[in-house]
Write a new protein. Sequence first.
Length: 156
Amino acid sequence: MALHIRKFRESDAKEASEMLLGAFQWFHKWNKRSWLWKSLQPSMLIANSKTQDILVAEKANNIVGYISSTTTPFQVAYIPTVGVASHIQNVGIGTLLLNRKLKYLRRQKVRKVWLLVTSSNVRAITFYLKHKFVIEGYLRDHTGPGSDEVLLSKFL
């Protein structure tokens, strides 16, 4: 089955939420009070779609990937969320989503992209380094006590 990348629609919110909750369960551990759990609820994805450019990856009519971005007047974009369904990771979906997003941002004349990755998420950090992002900073206790974030960026 082919993979199709398209714009997020409000009707995708429930399925995208379920996929993202599964992809990030290692972090929120199904704690419904977690800030991440709350931020991945369908209502939040719909609210985010009003201010973010969001793409989803579909395979066999199921959402298997998600990437969002916002752009500032400084020609800098922030990518708050990249997620791939846990059962289908490591097959290139994240790379396809990231490449499509970066291509779009280049066309929008964005000069730099940045994002944050939880410091314990070595797999994601390695993914971004492989895609020529560089580490620009380390934010201690950024998303809560003991939850550090690595700031990575890339010039386009």
